[in-house]
Design a protein around this ligand. Structure first.
Ligand SMILES: *Cc1c(COP(=O)(O)O)cnc(C)c1O
Length: 792
């Protein structure tokens, strides 16, 4: 294979990539087959992770690393003078997700394979992933992500394992538009495309199975009249468009019909597939929870509750109570957000049309639930109304979160504060009804991709200091603690950071022409653009610092580069204005000789997994500044921490636990707590801050005076509305001065390189808990009850 790799040097870059990828796939395919064979033989309890999103990124370098092939490949590449980095660059990111939720799914399947758990991921094979972002005149422009334009060497179609999905209605084209034909059932095919998931060390190779939709092939075309022929083809077109595109909304439910069908399609295909596998080994349906654990990544796949009930009632012919017990014991649900706009509620008429049997089942679940709650809490009609699966109103809707909590044995949040708020605020009544179902599983990220692969210099320094056990046991990093004051290790860590910054600066120059100086502080905020994540608060900080330098050119201030990156949902207008503002800020500061060389803002377009892998190792300062109580967990916060960035952040999500792990004194925490945010809602006045804080007022006045929009006056008026006159829902102004104060402390430390390195080491040493291996260990022990099934 190594010859094969190097012999490709004469070919074009894509052909070389494809050849290397195919060689690597050949190497792993034996293990892949053997893994499934082992599971078939041992028949262990298996985990199925159902997720509408898997934000995988690139696979080649990750698979090489996990197969421990990197030294051999590097040698072969060097021998034949192969431009290895150019080969890696050929691979498109598999962007089948929006942000944190999809990336979590990708980290989880890596951890499950590394921990040798018999696990499988189920998702959809979107032909178009998350859109490509370009910036034109400072505005976000979306372009389709045709990532499968060229054949993907990592996927294998398995048409032999196709499943059929039944729908309660049909679709046909009438007069050029798509209509629903009520009461005429139809069906769809789900074709599985398998991708290998290589565990570290290459022992276990699990499968990520993605479904593509197709129309069934059993039409007898000769039997159709001309009109029917056209509508039959149209039906085929409809079927295939179902998995065409990923919905680009993050932490928001857009409530569109096609998305509803996508969600059902994922559930129906995956359950049909896993039930078929289960039945090959076990004829006794009651063994289901002993052999199968299904984790629902948010409510998106929560139709699994009525779908599994349908299978057990109608296909297995079990009675209600038995079917219900098995369903609940098999399913578990992860909640990802408390934002009201993210809670899925599907119109009841859609169920009636598309999934009439499922509606029947949901209504029966609801009837029994309401009976139980009435009995246990007599006279408490408010409670009954709140726990019910159906939201009454002019349009009745099914509350998918309630369905998921009621229909599973486990509901977990993704960070301690999030799980607590979920229990005590968001679904308080359901928690009081089923307290034993709720738990916390703080998120994590895979240290293989996010440290070993992304940051080879730091990884190497760590391995030299404590050995390489940390790669699969990240708690080992705690052994770096005694080295906090070790000059040699501190220098190695600083040198690794410096190297990553230089590499990033070179890459940026080469690919975009933008120059950044590695001798400045790299200060980053990269994540989806959302009001609650408060990129605007960061922008206000930059405006204040900029204004200080304008007012006082002799001011001493370490030179800094502020990086922003992130996509806005295409329909989220304010988020798009925030992107425009960040670009205007960057342009104005670049054009102002008063601050040249001291302050720079860069908006990096097309935030994706590969960009994160480049920028995070190069970062000095990580901004995690959501309004407290709004960020469920965050995971980029963890990636930054293990890569030796210091965090400036609010007490929100997993950042709270990170500060605990590293010691609060090694974090730069500021701002209102979630409790304070909730408690000051009724009297909070952004205007007060404008009237009483000179720097806040000066910053806002600078924005409203069109200083950053000289040639487009008035375009940032919506910012006045959101920050001032509209009540500042996310409390930017309430936290701005505290943010600046934390920033001042941070700069003070930066002036002391030894002190800085010390805190960096203590942060890395404290990041062990935030490996997704730890998270998966908790799911396996406390929710799934699955054990490793090693492949011989
Ligand atoms: C880690 C990651 C995220 C999640 O970032 P948060 O800051 O936790 O929201 C989103 N997108 C990509 C590409 C990531 O790698």
């Amino acid at each position: 294979m190594y010859d094969n790799v190097a012999d490709q040097a004469a070919l074009g870059p894509w052909e070389r990539y494809e050849a290397v990828a195919r060689s690597v796939r050949d190497v792993l395919s034996q293990r892949w087959v053997l893994t499934e064979k082992t599971y078939e033989r041992e028949n262990p309890k298996r985990v199925y992770y159902l997720s509408m999103e898997f934000l995988i990124g690139r696979s080649l370098s990750n698979n090489i690393l996990n197969l421990l092939l990197d030294p051999a490949i590097e040698r072969a590449a060097a021998d034949k003078d192969l431009d290895w980095l150019a080969v890696l660059e050929q691979e498109p990111d598999a962007g089948l997700g929006n942000g944190g939720l999809g990336r979590l799914a990708a980290c989880f399947i890596d951890s499950m394979a590394t921990m040798q758990l018999p696990a499988m991921g189920y998702g959809l094979r979107y032909e178009y992933g998350i859109f490509k972002q370009t910036i034109q005149d400072g505005w976000q422009v979306e372009q389709p992500d045709n990532w499968l334009r060229r054949p993907d060497p990592w996927e294998i179609a398995r048409p032999g394992e196709t499943v059929e999905v039944q729908l309660g209605c049909s679709f046909e084209v009438r007069g050029g538009s798509l209509g629903v034909v009520v009461g005429r059932p139809s069906s769809l095919l789900g074709i599985p495309y398998d991708r290998p998931v290589v565990g570290y060390g290459g022992k276990t190779v699990n499968t990520l199975r993605l479904w593509a939709a197709a129309a069934p092939d059993y039409f007898d075309f000769r039997a159709f009249s001309a009109g029917e022929f056209v509508s039959a083809l149209a039906e085929r077109l409809t079927a295939e468009s179902l998995t065409r595109v990923l919905y680009p909304d993050d932490s928001t439910s857009m409530g569109q019909g096609l998305r509803f069908v996508q969600e059902y399609f994922l559930v129906a295909c995956s359950l049909a597939d896993l039930v078929r596998r289960f039945r090959r080994h076990d004829s006794d349906w009651t063994a289901l929870p002993a052999k199968v654990a299904i984790q629902l990544n948010d409510t998106h796949p929560s139709l699994a509750v009525p779908e599994l009930m349908r299978i057990l009632l109608d296909e297995a012919q079990l009675g209600w109570d038995q079917a219900w017990g098995l369903t609940r014991q098999t399913l578990a649900y992860t909640n990802h957000t408390l934002l009201p706009e993210a809670l899925e509620k599907w119109p009841l008429p859609w169920f009636a049309l598309l999934l009439p049997r499922h509606l029947e089942i949901i209504l029966e679940i609801n009837r029994r639930l309401v009976d139980e709650v009435r009995t246990r809490f007599p006279g408490d009609d408010g409670r009954v109304e709140r726990v019910a699966l159906i939201e009454e109103g002019s349009e009745r809707r099914i509350r998918m979160a309630n369905l998921a909590i009621v229909g599973t044995h486990s509901t977990n949040g993704v960070a301690s504060i999030h799980s607590e708020l979920l229990r005590t605020v968001t679904v308080k009544d359901l928690t009081e009804t089923f307290p034993e179902r709720f738990s916390n599983k703080t998120n994590g990220v895979t240290p293989r991709r996010w440290l070993l692969l992304a940051n080879p210099h730091l990884a190497h320094s760590i391995t030299r200091a404590i050995g390489d056990g940390w790669i699969t046991d990240l708690d080992e990093l705690a052994r770096l603690r005694p080295l906090a004051d070790d000059k040699g290790f501190g220098d190695a860590v600083s040198a690794a950071k410096r190297e990553a910054k230089t590499q990033f600066a070179n890459w940026l120059k080469l690919t975009s022409g933008v120059t950044v100086d590695p001798d400045t502080i790299f200060d980053c905020q990269i994540k989806r653009i959302h009001e609650y994540k408060r990129q605007l608060l960061n922008a206000l900080r930059v405006v204040v610092l900029y204004d200080r330098l304008r007012q006082n050119p002799d001011l001493e201030m370490a030179p800094r580069t502020f990086f922003f990156a992130g996509k806005a949902a295409p329909a989220y207008h304010l988020a798009k204005i925030i992107i425009k503002f960040l670009n205007s800020l960057a342009g104005t500061i670049d054009g102002d000789p008063a601050v040249r060389g001291r302050l720079k803002v860069v908006f990096l377009p097309e935030y994706c997994v590969s960009l994160a892998e480049r920028l995070i190792p190069a970062t000095d300062v990580s901004n995690q500044i959501s309004t407290a109580g709004y960020e469920a967990s965050g995971t980029s916060n963890m990636k930054f921490m293990m890569n030796g960035a210091l965090t400036i952040g609010t007490r929100d999500g997993a950042t709270i636990e990170m500060a605990e792990a590293a010691g609060e004194e090694n974090f730069f925490m500021f701002g209102l707590t979630a409790e304070q945010v909730a408690g000051s809602r009724s009297w909070y006045s952004p205007q007060w801050h404008y009237d009483n804080e000179p720097e806040t007022r000066a910053a806002l006045d600078l924005i409203f005076s069109d200083h950053f929009s000289r040639y487009e006056p008035g375009i940032f008026e919506p910012l006045r509305q959101t920050l001032l006159t509209g009540g500042d829902n996310y409390m930017h102004l309430a936290d701005l001065t505290a943010y600046l104060e934390a920033d001042r402390r941070l700069l003070e430390l930066y002036a002391d390189p030894m002190g800085w390195a010390r805190k960096v080491i203590l942060n890395v040493a404290g990041s062990g808990r935030f490996s997704s291996d730890r998270t998966i260990g908790e799911y396996a022990a406390e929710i799934w009850d699955v054990k490793p099934c090693p492949v011989p």
